[in-house]
Design a protein around this ligand. Structure first.
Ligand SMILES: Nc1ncnc2c1ncn2[C@@H]1O[C@H](COP(=O)(O)OP(=O)(O)O)[C@@H](O)[C@H]1O
Ligand SMILES: Nc1ncnc2c1ncn2[C@H]1C[C@H](O)[C@@H](COP(=O)(O)O)O1
Length: 222
């Protein structure tokens, strides 16, 4: 019996992995998809036409980048549902507005009018009764120190050169955001609870928790 069957994870489920930059979303997404036989949906980082420019000049490019991410994530969301689920998604669409756009608007690196335009587009597309929410959002948490080390270790130049205050601000916002998030069921996992590099078996404990959460009444009804 494979782990998907053992922990009764429905093959039509849509699971999204959320958490701050560098916490380990992509790594967990790949590992879970491979173990469960799910497909993956990754965010566009390598061929993103705005990301480098954005890190070099937030004020100039934040609106462009948000519109780009919104369009890409919405297309992915549509595809995942058209294909009947069976996906693990690297980062939820909710973080775009709940964390990134809001943070840049509050900090003045996105103008008020741009934020209002972006938010009304987001709400019209996403916050409607017709938009299907994921069956589960896995929230990855860890200490800021561990996460900063991971950002350094991964080595994306644009992120390495970004001031510490940016990551501190984002980290604090994530804590508040997840405490209030209620669009779909949430499973919180601390990155110290598993170790994909040294101990492949530790993934089973994560899958057991997913099974427990997703098989609760109501979890698949959204
Ligand atoms: N479970 C883990 N144990 C140790 N290092 C990890 C783990 N998960 C991710 N990493 C490392 O942390 C860095 C960031 O991981 P990544 O999955 O790219 O994060 P995210 O997608 O959240 O930005 C990478 O260098 C990755 O190899
Ligand atoms: N909506 C976003 N606004 C600004 N920056 C974003 C947004 N979504 C992702 N990003 C950035 C953050 C990272 O530099 C890369 C990839 O994110 P990661 O958490 O490493 O998967 O894109």
């Amino acid at each position: 019996m494979n782990l998907r069957e053992k922990y009764q994870i429905p093959d039509h489920a849509l699971i999204t992995v959320a958490g701050t930059v560098g916490v380990g979303k992509s790594t967990l997404t790949k590992a879970l998809a491979s173990e469960l036989g799910f497909r993956t949906s990754f965010e566009k980082v390598d061929n993103n036409p705005y990301l480098d420019k954005f890190y070099a000049d937030f004020e100039r490019w934040s609106f462009h980048l948000q519109i780009y991410f919104l369009a890409e994530r919405f297309k992915e969301q549509k595809l995942m549902f058209e294909q009947g689920g069976n996906f693990i998604q690297d980062r939820s669409i909710y973080e775009d507005t709940g964390i990134f756009a809001k943070m840049h608007a509050d900090k003045g690196t996105m103008s008020e009018v741009d934020y209002t335009t972006y938010k009304s587009l987001f709400d019209a597309m996403v916050m409607t009764p017709y938009f299907p929410h994921p069956n589960l959002l896995i929230y990855l948490d860890g200490s800021l120190e561990d996460i900063l080390n991971r950002i350094q270790q991964r080595g994306r130049e644009m992120e390495k050169q970004t001031p510490l205050s940016y990551w501190e601000e984002m980290y604090g916002r994530y804590q508040k955001w997840i405490a209030e998030f209620d669009a779909c069921p949430v499973l919180k996992i601390n990155i110290n609870e598993y170790d994909l590099l040294q101990d492949q078996h530790s993934l089973e404990s994560v899958i057991a928790k997913i099974g427990d959460k997703i098989s609760r009444p109501g979890a698949l009804a959204k």
